[in-house]
Every structure is written in C-alpha cells, then in structure tokens.
Design a protein around this ligand. Structure first.
Ligand SMILES: [Zn+2]
Length: 289
C-alpha cells in the first residue's frame, strides 16, 4: 500500500487538504463510511454532533423496546409524528456528490450509519445500511419485513385525529407531546401475523449489527484503497471498527467532519470543512473531463 498524503489538521479545510483528498479519491477504490453529519443539511438533526446537547430524549434501547409495551407504544406515537420530517427530507449536495463519485467508478462501496435512506434518494446504489433503515419495519414475532409507508397509511387510518397542534411543533419539526397524550395513540399490529409487535428495521442502542452485515463491510474495507469517513464522530464502535481495520492494514483513512472525531489519531488525512462544500468540489476535481 502506498502512503497517502498526510495533512496537518486545520481549523478550516484549506485547499491543500482538498487537494490531498482529491488525490486519494481520484485513484479509485475508496470506501465511504457516512454518518449523521452528512444528513444535517437535509434537516435531520445530528444528535451526537454539535447540537447533541439539545437531545431531548434518551434514545430507546432495544431491551426497553422489546420488554416494555408502554415504552414501545410511546416510541411509535412519537415516531408517527416524527415520520413526517423523515419522509419529507431530501438528499443534499453531499449525498448527490457521493452518488456522482460512485457513478464515476471511484468508490469501492458505500457504508452508512444513517437510517434515513438519503444516499439512495440521492442516486447511490448498493448502499450498506449498517444500522438498518427507517423505511422498513420488522415484526418481532414472525420476522415479516414491511414498508414503513404502508404502516403509515394504517396508522393514519387508526389515528385520524392524533398529533400535536401546530403551536406544539418546534422549528426543527420535532414535536413534544406529554406522555399521557402519547397514550392516546392507537398502534396497529403486524399485518401478516396479526399479533406481533412491530419494530423499525433499525439497530437500536443495545442491539448488535447483524454479523453478516459487519462481515460484508469488513470485506469492502479490506479491498479498499482508502476509507473516506464523512460526517461521523465515530463515537460508536459499530462504525469506528472499520477505521481500526483500515488503519491496521495500512489503508489510508481520510476523515471529513466538522468536529474532532474519535478516529483522528488513525487518520492519514483530516479535513474540517462543510460536507456540502467539500464533496461537490471533490467531484469537480476527480471527475472533470
Ligand atoms: Zn408478524
């Protein structure tokens, strides 16, 4: 493995950083690992990033979801409202740029920690959703996987009047409802078996990523010429392990993130600049002509 250009971290991404990044990507075979920071421009909050302190709810753990019917019920009530925001989110310039890099044959894979489906909406294919996707549900009893859009239709029919008043919706689209209001929500059961509780097809805190999915990602990383981390603080091991894997194998790791990350010490290249600016610039420099 040839050594990657090494650039001293800077407070703002300088052109030398982007030059080095373009050199790495232009060689092809780069695997993208994306996180929440890539979707903030699409209006999806990054709870672990700069605004993490604004988090209003402790994330639901898998154990609570599975074992506490009331907690599960309230999760779905909030999710029924929050789904409007997810469904209306559109891919941003960063998502489109990643798809352009893939179209240009420069990527060896796209792995995302995001569950919003915006890579695919931006035109990317073969996206590995490390933590699953919110556009699907899975039945905890029979395992049936169904579309969230279909569930939403059933929920709307069952809850024609449920929801916050306009003045209860925050500017970011999030809605705060008191717990007793959430209890008025009517949840529906699995359409296939009629009894099973439904779970969004995402990996909750306290839940492990399916082994075959992890192995597939390790394969992609092992074959990569470089690992390009986009908008992830690498806080959770489920993504960070791929940085460790690449670094241990001498595969260059480039990180583009607005804040310091857990992986910085392992990175050969670190760019602190907005993804919505850097990624389109990267496309211009690597796919011109
Ligand atoms: Zn079922």
């Amino acid at each position: 493995m040839t050594s990657a250009p090494t650039v001293v971290p800077s407070a703002v991404g300088g052109s030398a950083d982007v030059d080095a990044l373009a050199d790495l990507v232009a060689g092809g075979g780069v695997v993208v690992l994306s996180g929440a920071g890539l979707s903030t421009d699409s209006g999806i909050p990054d709870y672990r990033g700069a605004t993490g302190s604004l988090r209003r709810h402790t994330p639901m753990t898998y154990q609570t979801f599975r074992d506490d019917p009331r907690g599960r019920h309230r999760y779905w009530a909030r999710s029924f409202i929050g789904w409007r925001q997810i469904r209306s989110a559109r891919p941003n310039a960063g998502h489109v740029a990643v798809a352009d890099l893939q179209d240009a044959g420069l990527l060896g894979g796209i792995v995302t920690q995001n569950v919003d489906g915006l890579h695919q909406a931006g035109g990317a294919g073969d996206v590995v959703e490390l933590h699953g996707g919110l556009d699907r549900t899975v039945c905890l009893a029979c395992g049936d996987v169904a579309s969230r859009a279909e569930l939403d239709e059933r929920l709307r029919a069952a809850n024609p009047h449920f929801g916050p008043r306009t003045d209860e919706v925050n500017p970011d689209g999030d809605a705060e409802l008191p717990d007793d209001a959430l209890d008025g929500f009517v949840m529906v059961a699995c359409a296939r078996c009629g009894g099973g509780p439904l779970k969004p097809d995402v990996v909750f805190f306290g839940e492990t990523v399916p082994r075959d999915r992890v192995d597939h990602c390790f394969d992609l990383v092992d074959r990569a010429r470089g690992l390009l981390v986009l908008g992830s603080s690498l806080t959770v091991m489920s993504g960070y392990r791929f940085v460790l894997r690449a670094a241990a194998a001498g595969i260059p790791v480039a990180i583009v993130n607005a804040w310091p990350t857990r992986g910085d010490a392992k990175a050969t290249l670190r760019v602190d600049a907005p993804l919505g600016t850097v990624l389109p610039e990267l496309v211009r420099r690597t796919t011109a002509g």
